[in-house]
Design a protein. Sequence first.
Length: 576
Amino acid sequence: MVAPKNDAATAGTEGQKPLDFIRQIVAEDVAAGVHGGRVATRFPPEPNGFLHIGHAKSICLNFGIARQFGGTCNLRFDDTNPSKEEMAYVESIQTDVRWLGFDWEDRLFYASDYFDRLYRFAVALIEKGKAYVDDQSAEQIRQSRGTLTRPGIPSPYRDRSVAENLDLFERMKNGEFPDGSRVLRAKIDMANANVVMRDPTLYRIRKVAHHRTGDHWCIYPLYDFAHCLSDAIEGITHSICTMEFENNRELYDWILETLEIPDRPRQYEFARLNLTRTVLSKRKLLQLVDEKIVDGWDDPRMPTLSGLRRRGFTPEAIRNFCDRIGVARAQSTVDYALLEHCLREDLNRRAPRVMAVLRPLKLVIENYPQGQTETLEAINNPEDPAAGTRPVPFGREIYIERDDFMVDPPKKWFRLAPGREVRLRYAYFITCTEAVTDPKTGEITELRCTYDPATRGGDAPDGRKVKGTLHWVAAHAAIAAEVRLYDNLFTVDNPAEVAEDKSFLDLVNPEALTVLDGCRLEPGLAAAAPGDFFQFERLGYFCVDAKDSRPGRPVFNRTVTLRDTWAKIKQKQSKS
């Protein structure tokens, strides 16, 4: 057994990060020899949807614990509800887990792998007098379960004999009864303070083909029954769930104890991820897709892992984010700005710098020789000296950002204006002499400027300084591209909390996506491949869209702006 990197006795000492409460439990179990010192976790997604950033927290926790303590982590699909499950989801989930940087090796499992054994476990419960077939409808069962202040009412079928229950359960399996006509329930305590323990349903009839087992089964186990027994079959030691399963832990233990399972796993719960400016409810995400608010599950505005990947988020940034938010039992909400901060930290170190003009305004350098072009040298990444430099073409006509020019600028305006001198990044000092306007609309259509040939490279030999530096693209070499500016999907921090007369859809940000066509980019970006990321100088971090880009015609998504609100928040906190 590989020793943990932080053991319980030394966690939190100088130079070591304190263990979260789950890792503390695992470390203590390893030290005490519980489960023979083994550590085995699992990530058990339902194959009925796409993973989102909240699932990333669970993935990082389960696989991370296994890695840290020299154990194993299984990927197990909880495929017990065939009416909502598809192989497309299975494949997507595997892609997402691998993309995050984790590998289950040869430990890919499905709850459906255990359907025969689960059926035999259910029969064993009936034989022990601990389960019975109930003929009541789902609504009748719900009404008879009681409330937190009122005990449940026993089913009129609760005292059926073992022989009758065995016969009915086998006939359920053989398809003799219609959907919803009977269920198998555990026989526990209808007055239990924990409503979950009031004879919960273990099996239901569902005559739906399964994506793996076809029509072989027409009864399927409920999650609570399949979950704990699948853990036991696989030798899981620490079954880690989110807090909504806290009340279910008593049932988890009851099933394993009643069936006398040896070396039983234990369930532990942690607070799920809540993130501002988005929703993580599967129902709400489905509504966004179904009502065409977004363009599918991989829309870059979505918090799904496929959406974040397409937008340009890196797995390193998401893992770092999950590490920073930590693991606790208390519910809290994390500022979306922290996720963006983690991404900026990662991309700042790795993203090549390039120049792109999103809202181009043509600029003519009148004293630059007609027909002449030259090649300048630009730094690829000042944070990475090994990244080197790249050639950038320059000529008499260039494009600058329309927002970088004003006819009548306010005080402290350091960009271009009539008579104002600025630096062109990696190029020359220029001075604006004239703004050409459309006589009909008054819109500025072109700028006329002069340049100082002695300032090549961006510095003046006479030592004069300018406060403004502009990015630009040479008109003769620029490529045209579509650029999509993404922002938060919602206008408020908690879109799930809305007034009774409103829907969370009323809070969708109308500026969550702005599409700009006719942008002008450095010519080298024509060869950018889907998924490549860059920093557009002064504008933000962008990546090549993996879905809509075409050879020679890339589409760029803005991943995140350069403005780091989280860093400013932390600076203010450190000063106070």
